[in-house]
Design a protein around this ligand. Structure first.
Ligand code: BTN
Length: 248
């Protein structure tokens, strides 16, 4: 029988304050739509299948029913924080969760992808709702190679493709929620500085040739306020958002 993200499976595994309430539907349009801006901070929504899952830059996010961890969490960041940094906060939390689950090193491809063995195993989407933010994470856990999108610019992968292990998604989700709570709370108090070592040491793009807005450059790192620093022929530039292609 397939594993499940139902409250019975997940709630006993939640270790911190996040995940209460835990909103669950077997099938939904998008977990991003299950949390209202009035929900308490730390409310989590999850489902087995999304019929209109959303990625960054207006893209779709798809995963066969019961194969991925699809979750959103409601956050109320302090006014002095840069909300754009939250996708990196989610990326750090997801990378650490992936590392604990697999025993392998994961990387964060600015601004929102989590990479394992050069494939994208997770994506993070931060959307504002008034003063709140809904942080959505899609973690490809148990998809086989044939169940992954074949046409993605950054090649899609899953934990199962990397190490041939089918995992209990409830345990993965509970660990992810705990890690999101930990990294988010550090960031809320101390900004990206507070998790900068965990982020900087996992920077996938650093020292790679990249293309940003049609210009080839060298990625030199992520700044302490979450921007991507690149070196072009015209000098150093900071990238705020958008699409970064890398040359393999
Ligand atoms: C990206 O890489 O473009 C971000 C993908 C984010 C996908 C997750 S799955 C759970 C949540 N619900 C959605 O509709 N999107 C996010």
């Amino acid at each position: 029988m397939a594993d499940s993200l139902s409250p019975d499976a997940v709630e006993p595994l939640l270790a911190g304050g996040f995940g209460r309430p835990y909103v669950y539907e077997e099938s939904c349009e998008s977990t991003q739509r299950l949390l209202s801006e009035d929900a308490p901070e730390g409310a989590v929504a999850a489902c087995e299948e999304q019929t209109a899952g959303r990625g960054r830059l207006g893209r779709d996010w798809t995963a066969p029913r019961g194969t991925a961890v699809l979750m959103s969490v409601l956050l109320r960041p302090p006014a002095e924080r840069r909300v754009a940094e939250l996708s990196l906060v989610g990326g750090v939390a997801t990378a650490l969760t992936v590392e604990r689950a697999t025993g392998l090193s994961a990387q964060i491809k600015w601004p929102n992808d989590v990479m394992l063995n050069r494939g994208k195993v997770a994506g993070v989407l931060a959307e504002t709702r008034g003063k709140a933010v809904v942080l959505g994470i899609g973690l490809n856990a148990n998809q086989s190679r044939g169940e992954l999108p074949a046409d993605a610019k950054t090649p899609a992968s899953s934990l199962r493709v990397v190490d041939a292990t089918v995992r209990d998604r409830a345990a993965l989700l509970a660990d992810l929620v705990t890690e999101v709570e930990r990294t988010y709370k550090l960031w809320a108090v101390g900004g990206l500085d507070a998790i900068y070592e965990e982020l900087g040491s996992r920077d996938f793009l650093r020292a790679r040739r990249v293309i940003v807005e049609g210009v080839e450059a060298l990625a030199t790192g992520i700044t302490r306020d979450g921007r991507l620093e690149i070196a072009t022929n015209g000098g150093r530039r900071l990238v705020e958002s958008g699409e970064v292609e890398y040359l393999r």
